[in-house]
Design a protein around this ligand. Structure first.
Ligand SMILES: [Zn+2]
Length: 286
């Protein structure tokens, strides 16, 4: 999956090394990120490359994380596009080659966005400062401390014997089949969220909810928890046709007819592959 970057090792410990020329410098602009482009090849820009265009950006950079010895930094200086440096959707990092750069870049974008959204204190409006001791932002006026927040999401593989329920959303550009999914809401357990999302989106009751695996998803500052669940009672699908989360499709597909549509970068398709291969999670607890 996306986060599986072995033999490279991801380090998220807080630190404050200084940027070197061949380290990576993340410059985010909303949901866009500055990338180095040569022909159709896109990579994350090195500190030296950004410095050549905007020296100030390299001077005002701070450390985010590492993969092996490669350090990732970000800056809040706005860097103009230049020859070989363009802004591009952060979603492009999902398919970046090598994959460890896509993963490191997207987690860095997540952190850079968090810093960007906390330049001022939400309580008193004062300009905030970095802690300097840990990955935190502090208000020098009222003392409030801000830490990065992660929004939990559940994805559910609903199973009815040798059939799995595939969905397709009508919004957005993602047109491949998917699974029922949604953000956990306040006051819910993960299992509560599974039951609510399944009922809201496809009108089914589920039982035997069992945890499968998880995936960090930096693009929505999320941690996704994947569950299998068995349909309980009538398997007739009643699609949610209200609002922006409208589903365009919800179909039962048998194991034999199931076609793998994705490389397996996403937790969704890793779970669908597990169903196809009749992994023990498919029948666990029955
Ligand atoms: Zn404050």
């Amino acid at each position: 999956m996306f986060q599986d970057i072995a033999p490279y090792v991801f380090h998220n410990e807080y630190g404050s090394p200084q940027p070197e020329d061949d380290d990576i410098l993340i410059v985010q602009k909303g949901r866009d990120i500055l990338v180095s482009q040569e022909g159709s090849e896109r990579t994350l820009p090195a500190v030296s490359q950004v410095r050549a265009v905007c020296p100030q950006a390299a001077q005002q950079a701070w450390y985010l994380l590492s993969i092996d010895q490669k350090h990732f930094f970000c800056t809040d200086v706005q860097v103009p596009e230049a020859d070989g440096l363009v802004y591009s959707s952060v979603m492009g990092l999902r398919d970046m080659d090598p994959g460890y750069m896509g993963f490191g870049g997207s987690v860095s974008w997540q952190l850079a966005s968090w810093y960007d959204l906390h330049r001022f204190c939400g309580r008193c409006g004062t300009k905030t400062v970095h802690s300097g001791k840990e990955r935190a932002i502090i208000c020098p006026e009222c003392g409030h401390t801000y830490y990065p927040r992660i929004s939990p999401v559940v994805i559910i593989a609903i199973v009815d014997s040798d059939r799995i329920l595939l969905t397709r959303y009508s919004r957005g550009g993602y047109r491949r089949h998917s699974l029922v999914a949604g953000f956990v809401e306040i006051g819910e357990t993960l299992e509560d969220a599974v039951r609510r999302e399944v009922m809201e989106e496809v009108g089914l009751q589920v039982k035997n909810i069992r945890y499968c695996e998880s995936q960090p998803w930096p693009f929505s500052s999320s941690l996704i928890a994947g569950f299998f669940a068995d349909v309980d009672g009538d398997p007739t699908v009643h699609l949610n046709t209200d609002g922006q989360d409208e589903l365009a499709e919800g179909v039962w597909v048998s194991r034999d007819e199931l076609v793998l549509e994705d490389s397996g970068m996403s937790l969704t398709w890793d779970m669908i592959r597990k169903f196809k291969e009749n992994h023990p999670i498919c029948t666990a607890g029955r």
